[in-house]
Every structure is written in structure tokens, then in C-alpha cells.
Design a binder for this molecule. Structure first.
Ligand SMILES: [Zn+2]
Length: 214
């Protein structure tokens, strides 16, 4: 995929798909977006929210970052893009659901086990990955891995659970959960099979999405 493919891709989209959804887009332009779902996913190019969920323009407010991490609520004078997106989704769009969707073969989770040099090239990445440290610590308490890949898969799942905890540090989210105006979900997307599991908090296990109570 190179730049000319993207240019051609937009031409193809406008020619083939636009006529089918033109009325939807017109409505979204005139009436604005009213998504009921916020999707927090990894920036990984293999995670394709609209493709894997068959969603349409206006369906999901999407935040993507390295590792689908959620920074805990902590206001200071720095620029917190992920926190701003979460606040906007909750306070302005008033989404009904927030889905944190982790995925298999996540480079961010794997990087938790590597030394990242202290230099300007990756200094923000190094700091950002601290948001995965608790997932790594929890994973390492299980000593029964037969290989690294098993360890990485468990880290990816543990991270989803930890990021859900971080969502609870946002005062509005805590309040809206208590009043049942908002639900938060942890999903795990397997890149090879496109299967999604959800986190069943009560039983502390991941189960197929088809079994999710709604
Ligand atoms: Zn990832």
C-alpha cells in the first residue's frame, strides 16, 4: 500500500460506495454525530474497527492510541489527547457504551518486556508504556507459560482489565456507571481469526462475544 493506492482508493470509494450512503452522510452533516458507542482501540494497522464490526459513519466515536491504553484521570498543563477524547465522548456526545478493545499480537504489550532506550526518539513511547506495567506485573505472577507468545496473549488480556480500571478514575464515568447511564466493556480481538471475546467481570474470564448479555 503506497500513497497512490490511497488516492485511487478514495476515487473507488466515492464512485462505488458513496452513492449507497450519500443520504446517511447528508443526515450526519445536517444533524451532527450522535454515536452511542465510544471505541478505544490500538493504533495497530491490523485493527480495523469499522471493518471488523461492520459499522457505518456516525456509529462509533473512535479513539486509537498505542496499546489501547487509558491514562488515569490526572489534570495538569500537558496535552492529554486520550483523556480529552474520553471526556468529549462522555460529557458532550453522552455515549452509552465505552468499549476498550485490545488485540492479539499487540506490539505495545510485547514492548513491555523490552528495554526502550532513554533518548529523544522514543521518549514519549517509553513513558506511555508505563500504562501497561500493571498488566505486565499481573501476568508475571503466572509462571506457567510454555513460551513468550502465551505470556504476551495474557498480558494483552490483563491490560484490557487494567485499562477498564483506569476508566473508573474519571469522575463522570464513575458517576454514570452508578446511575446506569453508561456501560464499559473490555473486548479482545484476535487478528488472525477476527474473533472477539468479551471480559466477563463477574467470573474474571474472557468469553465469545456471541455470549455477551445485552
Ligand atoms: Zn496493539
Amino acid at each position: 500500500m503506497i500513497l497512490k493506492d490511497l488516492i485511487k482508493g478514495n476515487e473507488i470509494f466515492r464512485k462505488n460506495q458513496l452513492p449507497k450512503i450519500e443520504h446517511e452522510l447528508k443526515d450526519l452533516v445536517e444533524n451532527g454525530q450522535h454515536p452511542e458507542v465510544m471505541f478505544i482501540g490500538c493504533s495497530d494497522s491490523r485493527v480495523t474497527p469499522d471493518l471488523m464490526l461492520s459499522t457505518r459513519p456516525g456509529d462509533m466515536f473512535i479513539l486509537r492510541n498505542v496499546g489501547n491504553f487509558v491514562p488515569p484521570f490526572k489534570h495538569d498543563e500537558d496535552f492529554h489527547g486520550s483523556a480529552a477524547a474520553i471526556e468529549y465522548a462522555v460529557a458532550v456526545l453522552k455515549v452509552k457504551h465505552i468499549i476498550i478493545c485490545g488485540h492479539s499480537h499487540c506490539g505495545a504489550c510485547q514492548s513491555l518486556y523490552q528495554d526502550i532506550p532513554n533518548n529523544d526518539s522514543l521518549i514519549h513511547v517509553k513513558t506511555w508504556l508505563n500504562l501497561g506495567q500493571k498488566a505486565k506485573e499481573k501476568t508475571l505472577k503466572n509462571k506457567n507459560f510454555t513460551n513468550d507468545q502465551e505470556k504476551f496473549r495474557e498480558t494483552e488480556r490483563n491490560s484490557i482489565i487494567h485499562q477498564l480500571d483506569n476508566l473508573l478514575t474519571y469522575p463522570d464515568i464513575e458517576r454514570l456507571l452508578k446511575s446506569n447511564e453508561l456501560q464499559i466493556h473490555g473486548w479482545y480481538y484476535d487478528i488472525g481469526s477476527a474473533k472477539i471475546d468479551f471480559y466477563d467481570k463477574e467470573n474474571d474470564v474472557f468469553k465469545p462475544l456471541s455470549e455477551m448479555p445485552i
